[in-house]
Ligand binder design. Structure first.
Ligand code: NAP
Length: 450
């Protein structure tokens, strides 16, 4: 059995029943054979075994009182995965599907994503199985305060700096920051994604969505093409999806779909972004309400999705931007995209494509930007927020956006050149995995067995 397969097999027996985590590990390790072959030190120094084992896993109880006076109990997680390159950095997800496997897959991905940005940040992730949907502001606040009542012991501006993710936006970050400040008496950059009124960075809100689109444009520019006039399928209608659609419009492309946990909107004339912002950022309602203003749009409820995938990927378009959640592009979805002429996929979500879907894109030789490269703009801009906080400075929107564009271009070039160097031109999965791995692994080698 090879070193890689032995490590995966050991992992499955020592960390049972964590399918999303194994999926993320296998996706990365499958790409690493050529670099492990070229430098035997990685194997001799057990770099892979050390990489797949988090440095620290914190699991805790989050009790809180709902509006009816009932006591509710949720699970809280913070996985501090790897600090070879800097303080742990990665978001917090509040969603009923959250468990140790989901947080570990996200934390593992985060190590390589953060390495690819070239910035001094390690990898971590956290969250809770708390469902923010339908909760009052008071309930959200009490939950966030209880969550932080344990988390504050483990985080700090030079140790671990969480941010938002699914279900955690500016409101939740605000409540958690307030509680951190009350418990520690310190006003410091311990969370990113903060409000602009008290330490947030311009462009952080937009960064992941904008970055995904910048990444797509970089993939196209090497083919002397651009996003102008392209029809684009987008999934999700949260933070990443909304700002991906905004940037698509700015670059002359047309997003024609978006989705949420209730169904998919398809609007041939182009998604009404102002309306989506209003429905999702203000009213926090389901997307079916879009039809009230746009009778020419089409809504497919989840119950009517094809058995082997998702309605959103079955429409004809030039490009696809999965921006909702993991495993939202199946093999059948990927085949439908490719046969309908889609030739660009840039991932805003983390691990949205199954391994079979990824293989389909690579075999079809379309421009495929994996999440850990294409959606790294969010964490990169979080690091820019940390830099502004620690230097007590505030940069303009243009300044931060320019830095974001440079970072996204560098990530693309790094993945693109690494793919060529290792004999698989165009394979950005291999390029991103090897380049991210090399930076972390070399730092681990230099720091000794820790
Ligand atoms: P968000 O604002 O909470 O939006 C998530 C969107 O996806 C919502 O439209 C939600 O629908 C939909 N969704 C979530 N779970 C779903 C499910 N199981 N089935 C169908 N739809 C689902 O979160 P976000 O920040 O945009 O994050 C989206 C993705 O991007 C995640 O994979 C996240 O890890 C990744 N990401 C985010 C950032 C960032 O900076 N925020 C950075 C890098 C990667 P509802 O509206 O119905 O809930």
């Amino acid at each position: 059995m090879s070193y890689i397969h032995r490590t995966i097999s050991d992992l499955k027996s020592t960390s049972p029943a964590q399918s999303e985590f194994y999926q993320a590990v296998e996706e990365v390790l499958d790409s690493l054979a050529p670099i492990l072959e070229s430098n035997k030190l990685y194997q001799q120094q057990a770099i892979i075994q050390r990489l797949v084992e988090p440095e620290r896993q914190i699991m805790f109880r989050v009790p809180w009182v709902d509006d009816q006076g009932n006591i509710q109990v949720n699970k809280g997680y913070r996985i501090e995965f790897n600090s070879a390159l800097g303080p742990y950095k990665g978001g917090l997800r509040f969603h009923p599907s959250v468990n140790a496997s989901i947080i570990k897959f996200l934390g593992f991905e985060q190590i390589f994503k953060n390495a690819l940005t070239g910035l001094p940040i390690g990898g971590g992730k956290g969250g809770s199985n708390f469902n923010p949907k339908g909760k009052s502001d008071g309930e959200i606040m009490r939950f966030c305060q209880s969550f932080m009542a344990e988390l504050y012991r483990h985080i700090g501006p030079t140790t671990d700096v969480p941010a938002g993710d699914i279900g955690v936006g500016a409101r939740e970050i605000g409540y958690m920051f307030g509680q951190y400040k009350r418990l520690t008496g310190r006003y410091e950059g311990v969370l990113t994604g903060k409000s602009l009124l008290w330490g947030g960075s311009l462009v952080r809100k937009e960064a992941t969505g904008y970055g995904v689109v910048y990444f797509a444009n970089n993939m196209l520019s090497v083919k002397q093409d651009s996003l102008k006039d392209k029809k684009c399928l987008v999934s999700g209608s949260g933070n990443v999806a909304i700002y991906a659609m905004e940037k698509l419009y700015q670059l002359g492309a047309t997003p024609i779909s978006c989705s949420d946990s209730t169904g998919t909107i398809y609007h041939e004339a182009g998604i009404d972004l102002l309306l989506v912002k209003q429905l999702k950022e203000q009213s926090r309602t389901g997307l079916e309400a879009y039809l009230v203003e746009h009778k020419d749009a089409q809504f497919t409820p989840i119950a009517d999705y094809p058995a082997d995938g998702h309605a959103v990927w079955r429409f004809k378009a030039d490009a696809a931007f999965p921006c909702a959640t993991q495993n939202e592009v199946t093999l059948a979805d990927a085949q439908a995209l490719v046969s309908n002429g889609c030739h660009i996929v840039s991932e805003g979500a983390n691990m949205p494509s199954t391994q079979e879907a990824i293989n389909t894109f690579i075999e079809a030789k379309i421009s495929y930007g994996p999440g850990k490269a294409a959606n790294a703009g969010g964490v990169a801009t979080s690091q820019l927020e940390m830099a502004q906080n620690s230097s007590m400075q505030t940069w303009s929107f243009e300044e931060v956006d320019e830095k974001l564009q440079v970072i996204m271009k560098n990530i693309f070039i790094t993945a693109h050149k690494t793919a060529i160097e290792f004999g698989q031109p165009g394979n950005l999965v291999l390029g991103a995995n090897i380049a991210g791995f090399k930076r972390v692994a070399d730092a681990m080698l230099e720091q000794g067995v820790v």
